[in-house]
Design a protein around this ligand. Structure first.
Ligand SMILES: [Zn+2]
Length: 415
């Protein structure tokens, strides 16, 4: 690279990173306001998309959709994006970083008047987090054509139905079907997202190549023993549901700790009844969230865990009921596409480091109509869903350069 080229590249790098951070802050400021924040955020993203040379619109579920044509109109696209909703009172990077970075990359191409042999679409997905209506991936499901109509009847805490909320947003919930895209319209879906974990930081790397979005199984366990007086029932005659749950929980932790293959298990909620200082707990409910890099691994682990807690319950004379409350499959990143992400990382001068995503992402819905890959960007302390969530501008910039390199070198899958 000549000195001039290096200077130009240096300017571009600085501009990309600075612009991204500034826009993240602008969107973050909007989400501090309680009223109409989603609509304001969407409108701002539409403006940025148009400034970047894209045709942009809101679809019927509230996804912000931008399209930058290829060297001729109507070509299938490389779709980029992430969700633009954030968890309230939480971080501003989770989601918007992927949308804003993709727009900045397109703006860079547009500035250079560069057209590629495929179109680029940037999608800001609505309601990935499912904060308001407790159902996630609404926007990406609408695009993948797997949106379930009945979700429109779900209500938020204030009793407002999703149908009414969408109408207030200026959308037409009866036309959500029109948001669906066909497989032939997409070459692939690539999402850039903060890691939401501490692994990249631990390895001192700004970016990582995602191998798969881990599937998850959520269980609800109910243990029933016998409530009794804390003073009068001798220890040997007790059937303490909470002590039983405690043993189950430490066993679950031990099984996951000794797995060594990326299995993670969390008991995140527990309640004990009757819940009084001087009463032996007679009933306990707790939840269990199990994730692993492959479905086979996760299913094996769930079966193993259930067998162990059944044995604990039996030995303690407790009745156990376990219900599966939620299950989603693992979404592997397509090897051909992941390979191109790795190439882009290497070309930008970073070590290629692969890691699975333990958190869910829109790719889980997009897999139904496209091959999927993801780029992770380091976030401070692995913290997300918290106001302390932070990405260094230099890392936002590294992510942008990798994404831009991927776009410029992108080759659709052959055959
Ligand atoms: Zn996210």
């Amino acid at each position: 690279m000549s000195k001039t080229e290096a200077a130009v590249a240096g300017t571009r790098r600085a501009l990309l990173g600075d612009e991204i951070v500034e826009r993240i802050n602008q969107l973050g400021a909007i989400s501090e306001t309680p009223e109409h924040l989603a609509r304001l955020a969407a409108d701002l993203i539409l403006v940025w998309m148009r400034e970047a040379g894209m045709a942009a619109h809101l679809d019927a579920i509230g996804n912000v959709c931008g399209r930058y044509e290829g060297d001729r109109p109507g070509l299938p696209c490389l779709m980029l994006g992430s969700h633009y909703d954030t968890v309230r009172d939480a971080g501003k990077w989770d989601g918007p970083l992927g949308v804003i970075t993709a727009i900045s990359c397109v703006a860079d191409l547009c500035k250079k008047d560069r057209r590629l042999p495929f179109a680029i679409e940037v999608t800001g997905f609505a309601d990935e987090e499912g904060v308001r209506f407790a159902s996630t991936l609404l926007g990406s499901r609408a695009i993948a054509g797997t949106f379930v109509e009945s979700a429109l009847n779900s209500r938020d805490h204030a009793g407002i139905s999703m149908r009414d909320a969408l109408t207030q947003f200026g959308l037409d919930p009866e036309h959500i079907g029109a948001a669906a895209r066909a497989r032939r319209e997409l070459h692939a879906y690539v999402e850039l997202h903060i890691e939401q974990g501490p692994v990249l930081e631990q390895h001192n790397l700004p970016v990582g190549v995602v191998t798969a979005i881990a599937g998850a199984t959520r269980l609800a366990a109910h243990l029933t023993g016998m409530a009794g007086h804390a003073g009068t029932v001798p220890m040997a005659l007790r059937r303490d549901a909470l002590a039983g749950a405690a043993e189950c929980i430490t066993k679950i932790e031990e099984l996951c700790q000794t797995d060594g293959g990326g299995l993670v298990g969390t008991v995140g909620y527990i309640d004990a009844m009757p819940g009084a200082t001087n009463v032996i707990p007679g009933r306990v409910n707790f939840t269990l969230d199990i994730r692993a890099p492959t479905d086979a691994h996760r299913k094996r682990a769930v079966a193993d865990i259930v067998r162990h807690i059944e044995a604990i319950a039996k030995r303690r004379g407790l009745a156990l009921q376990v219900d599966v409350t939620h299950e989603n499959r693992t979404v592997p990143c397509a090897p051909w596409l992941k390979g191109q992400v790795a190439e882009a990382v290497a070309t930008e001068g970073y070590p290629v480091f692969e890691l699975p995503s333990g958190a869910g992402h829109d790719g889980m819905a997009m897999i139904d109509i496209a091959d999927v890959a993801m780029i992770f960007v380091r976030c401070r302390g692995g913290i997300s869903h918290h106001p302390a969530e932070h990405v260094e501008p230099a890392d936002a910039d590294a992510g942008a350069r990798v994404l831009l390199r991927l776009i410029e070198n992108f080759r659709p899958r052959e055959g």
